[in-house]
Design a binder for this molecule. Structure first.
Ligand code: ATP
Ligand code: MG
Length: 447
């Protein structure tokens, strides 16, 4: 059976244009001139897609988006907005529209949008296997997060994922991509903090051969690499201001121009972004552009810190230990009751990643495959920034050199992990010269 689309617009010309284009894509179309007629069609038969104008004689497209969200959530709805009315488009996305289209309607864009909508089948079930098996945790905040992921994966709206370091932001971004209609296309993660600023433009937009020294061949760039899929801007707060302007333009125009290139090429990417920093605070401090913030943060998804879902710790630890054992082909270690109790009471400033690292270390230390509380090495060196470091615990220190070295090691390891082991970027993040970084790595025996 042909798939069916509902077109809602009061202008006959636009209705006709949409009908013809969708008809050529082998869709059955129905047309409504106003909200009332749209309601009647929706009540009569199921639709695989609805395209609605914003302003209608007897109401707004926004109203229809809301109605469809409530009564016919399996029908994706896209809003057609006047050119330049970004507010309307963003409000529609917030209300649950899966995408928007600006007038004058660009037919290539329209076809892309329709094709994406038709790839959405029935709503991904919250509790769907693939989300469950990778995003662990059955606490109320995790259940809610899973539901939100399932819902947002159907939308094309930009999502800003906030949350502490190591809490699972990248995992969440991957799941949004994999559960959505773009899953067959690439997911391209970019660590914005790790790209040297002079290479940034060419990394994002590509370059033409010979456009600068070292450009020995054409390079497509990250936007092109993510075409049809999802671009994940990780650590987005670290983008230099000059790059923020260019990025905003690319997102708005849905087109990029390679360094040394002549014309802009259209790209179709969904943008997800994340940072462990407070992005609104970065805006207030003038380090992040308000307009880009507004464009990226259409929907904010918060990933809860591990300490707010302590009931998940046991499961996460168990799975982590199983994975570690499987990697070396050995038996999984068990946590002693006391060790588990200690984990449940720990603050985990580094969240799930810290738990994983801690268990990995403990696994190599423990005897007879039982991890004791002492193997966890908790308490002897609280992580920097845990709020309980240095000052609070001074009485327990019996070797200051050791203590300081531990803090130094943790800060450096964290910076290295956050920059995917890019030593230059890690040094920059810590305010160290590269030379001093190298010295410290050597001293601490970090490879
Ligand atoms: N709910 C979860 N279930 C299972 N594994 C998880 C969960 N949350 C996070 N992880 C794991 O924890 C590690 C850190 O997750 P991730 O890289 O997504 O964090 P992040 O928030 O992006 O961290 P950062 O701010 O440092 O970039 C990964 O190995 C990830 O697979
Ligand atoms: Mg990350």
């Amino acid at each position: 059976m042909a798939q069916r689309a509902l077109i809602v617009d009061d202008e006959p010309d636009i209705r006709e244009l949409l009908e013809i284009t969708l008809g050529r894509m082998k869709l059955d179309t129905r047309c409504a001139r106003n909200v009332k007629e749209a309601r009647e069609w929706l009540a009569r038969e199921p639709f695989d897609l609805c395209l609605t104008d914003m302003r209608l004689p007897d109401g707004t497209g926004q109203e229809l988006v809301q109605l469809i969200q409530q009564r016919y959530p399996q029908t994706p709805v896209a809003m057609i907005t006047a050119y330049g009315s970004l507010d309307t488009a963003i409000n529609a996305l917030k209300a649950g529209a899966f995408d928007f289209l600006t007038k004058p309607v660009d037919l290539a864009r329209l076809r892309e949008l329709v094709a994406t909508a038709l790839r959405l089948r029935s709503p991904a079930q919250p509790g769907d296997g693939s989300v469950d098996s990778r995003l662990l945790g059955d606490s109320p905040p995790m259940r809610l997060l899973r539901k939100q992921i399932a819902k947002l994966s159907r939308s094309q709206a930009p999502v800003y994922i906030s949350g502490e370091s190591g809490s699972g932001k990248e995992l969440v971004a991957r799941l949004i991509h994999e559960l959505g209609p773009r899953s067959e296309q690439p997911f391209v993660p970019v660590n914005c903090g790790a790209i040297p600023s002079e290479l940034m433009e060419s990394e994002f937009f590509g370059h033409k051969k010979g456009s600068f020294t070292g450009a020995v061949e054409d390079k497509p760039g990250l936007f092109k690499a993510a075409d049809g899929g999802t671009l994940f801007l990780d650590e987005v707060a670290d983008l230099p201001l000059a790059m923020q302007v260019k990025l905003l333009r690319a997102i708005q125009e849905k087109a990029v121009r390679a360094v040394g290139g002549q014309q802009e090429v259209a790209v179709d990417v969904r943008i997800l972004s994340a940072t462990h920093k407070d992005l609104a605070g970065e805006v207030a401090a003038g380090r992040f552009r308000q307009d880009l913030y507004y464009r990226l943060n259409v929907i904010e998804l918060g990933v809860p810190p591990l300490r707010e879902r302590r009931e998940d710790i046991a499961l996460l630890a168990e799975r982590s230990l199983q994975r570690l054992a499987a990697e070396c082909g050995l038996d999984a270690a068990q946590l002693s009751d006391e060790a588990l109790e200690k984990l449940k009471n720990y603050r985990f400033p580094g969240n799930v990643r810290e738990l994983e690292n801690m268990l990995e270390r403990a696994y190599t230390l423990c005897e007879d495959d039982v991890i004791q509380a002492s193997d966890l090495r908790l308490g002897d060196a609280p992580a920097p920034g845990s709020g309980e470091s240095a000052g609070g615990n001074l009485t327990q220190i019996d070797d200051l050199e050791d203590f300081l070295e531990n803090i130094e090691r943790q800060a450096i390891m964290q910076a290295l992990e956050e920059t995917r082991w890019n030593r230059t970027a890690a040094a920059q993040r810590l305010g160290l010269s590269f030379r001093s970084m190298r010295y410290r790595l050597k001293k601490l025996g970090i490879d």
